[in-house]
Write a protein that binds this ligand. Structure first.
Ligand SMILES: *[C@@H]1O[C@H](CO)[C@@H](O)[C@H](O)[C@H]1NC(C)=O
Length: 552
């Protein structure tokens, strides 16, 4: 009978991983592997058995060693006390502890992230300590932006001069060198992420600029630059931006990167040009007919390795549904309606010369608006109009306009869809109870009116109705400092709130009694993508190595 050897070479036969089980006789064809192993073991001496046991243990150990998760190794719960690293002198360190939690981690780490935006470049330098099993953000030790200038001071402002673009970052980099302790500079990574603005100058120019930036950083500064393979100096797309914001929020909540394994929070970001949604849907326990068992494949799916855990996230960036682009679309819809209604009886659009009633303006407020229409529109590509709010609030009519721009009826290739034909797992079914964080404009338009940290969509709807009511309905805001000034300054506040309601309730299909949270900060730390993009750089294998100081 054939002996089953696990891994050590024996005198009998050479190991052949592809050998057929019946190669050495027909008798054992029907035996299971376990039975074969058992019978092999029975026939051996005690000593051989010990050697074999040792070999198996060794092989299992090796397997664990090679196949253990290689993700971002932020959490190491197994380190022993008193073995951590200590600062080599008093030029750096932390007030929080005298040595790091684990001997593999330095006591403090600095990460620099440059946000190369369309209007300017900004640097964030974060300081972390490794006093505990997971890195703790001590704070943003530097935030600095390039000078505000006509035409912008971002990388794209130097579109034909890549060297000048690279040098435009010097004031930011010099400031970073001032806050990062000398002893740590060679081990403090830096990355540059460019957002949408750089895309607009074309791929050839933007590539040249990013190359020049990398060259400048690598040759003229002591900080290690994250590798090209890990997109150290690169353009970031909407998906990364949304997912990094999700990482920021969930890290600050302590839900990722540490021992907490509770459900993660969803992040809804509302910018000027686009809006992002990121959440980790739960499909387990869903038995209702027709519901998928897991997140469908597609561009919306984002696999994230973080802190040794894998997350299957749903994300989408809805371009053209940021607050400012939504306003434009609502104005255009309203004006086109009026045009269709009036075109029968006149060649000269006299109605454009008198104020137009806009149900999305607060009652009694007026403003001159530049309306952008499609290039081929009979009224021209742009039209200046005076818009005025209705005599009494008309939030329902406003919401109708807002809902129309969502294009709920658009063809849905992969159901279910949220709006505009975009696939999205149902929030009511796959994200029923977990926290939802609304960021940026969501918070900017509600917090100043005295809204609490958490409220339901129904309360948002009440707020919208009140705001649309104009001055005579605003007595409730008298007790909120600054609220009346905010409202009097912005006739579109009624539109903004109704769009947010249409987007969350009609678009994303969140029930009216769904509780949401607004936040600009968590634990006094700013929210945004920068922190989330910096966190992965804390671990080994994230695309950088300590710079070796060259000796000449
Ligand atoms: C808008 O109103 C202002 C001031 O009331 C007026 O001067 C202007 O001509 C109006 N514009 C249009 C296009 O009606």
């Amino acid at each position: 009978m054939r002996r089953t050897s696990v891994s050590l070479p024996t005198k009998h036969i050479a190991h052949d991983p592809h050998e057929k089980p019946d190669r050495y006789g027909k008798n054992n064809r029907d035996e299971s592997l376990i039975m074969k192993m058992q019978s092999a073991w029975m026939s051996q001496s005690q000593r051989a058995r010990y050697i074999k046991t040792g070999a198996i243990v060794f092989a299992v150990f090796l397997l664990f060693y090679f196949f253990s998760p290689a993700g971002v190794d932020l959490y190491q719960g197994d380190a022993l006390a008193n073995q951590g690293q200590k600062p080599s002198d008093s030029s750096y360190g932390t007030d929080k502890c005298a040595r790091s939690f684990s001997k593999d981690k330095p006591i403090v780490q600095y990460v620099s992230m440059i946000d190369a935006g369309s209007t300017g470049s900004r640097i964030h330098v974060y300081k972390f300590n490794n006093c505990g099993p997971a890195p703790e953000l001590e704070g943003e030790v530097l935030f600095k932006q390039t000078e505000v200038r006509e035409g912008g001071s971002g990388l794209s402002a130097y579109k034909d001069d890549p060297e000048a673009a690279a040098k435009s970052l010097d004031p930011l980099l010099d400031a970073a060198l001032n806050v990062i302790p000398d002893k740590l500079k060679a081990c403090s990574p830096i990355a540059v992420k460019a957002t949408a603005g750089l895309r607009l100058i074309g791929p050839e120019r933007s590539e040249k600029i990013l190359k020049a930036v990398r060259h400048h950083l690598e040759h003229d500064y002591p900080l290690p630059v994250v590798s090209e393979a890990e997109n150290g100096v690169s353009m970031m797309d909407g998906a990364d931006e949304g997912v990094y914001a999700w990482v920021t929020v969930n890290y600050l909540l302590g839900k990722i990167g540490g021992p907490d394994r509770s459900e993660t929070a969803a992040v809804f970001d509302l910018g000027g040009g686009s809006t992002q949604i990121v959440f980790q849907p739960t499909f387990t326990g869903l038995t209702s007919g027709g519901m998928p068992q897991k997140l469908a494949e597609g561009d919306h799916k984002y696999e994230l390795d973080f802190g040794g855990r894998k997350f299957s996230l749903y994300q989408h960036s809805h371009l053209g549904y940021g607050l400012m682009s939504a306003r434009e679309a609502i104005h255009a819809t309203l004006v086109n309606d009026l045009y269709e209604d009036n075109k029968a009886d006149q060649a000269d659009p006299a109605w454009t010369h008198s104020p137009v009633v806009n149900p999305c303006f607060s009652a009694g407020m007026t403003k001159t608006v530049k309306v952008k229409l499609p290039e081929s529109h009979p009224l021209g590509a742009t039209l200046e109009l005076n818009m005025t709010g209705p005599a009494t609030a008309a939030p329902a009519q406003c919401r109708n306009l807002a809902e129309r721009i969502l294009k709920k009826q658009a063809e849905c290739k992969l159901s279910p869809c949220s709006f505009n034909g975009v696939h999205q797992p149902s929030i009511a079914k796959t994200f029923a109870r977990e926290d939802i964080y609304l960021l940026s404009y969501f918070a900017d338009r509600t917090q100043p009116l005295g809204m609490p940290e958490s409220f339901t969509l129904r309360e948002l709807s009440d707020l919208a109705r009140r705001v649309c009511g104009g001055e005579q309905a605003w007595d409730v805001f008298k007790s909120v400092p600054g609220a009346l000034a905010e409202l009097r300054d912005r006739p579109e506040h009624c539109m903004d709130l109704n769009f947010m309601l249409a987007l969350t309730h009609t678009g994303y299909e969140m029930p009216l009694d769904r509780e949401v949270r607004i936040a600009k900060k968590i634990k006094d730390k700013e929210l945004g993508w920068c922190l989330g993009a910096s966190l992965p750089l804390l671990s080994k294998g994230s695309g950088w190595q300590c710079k070796v100081t060259e000796v000449h």
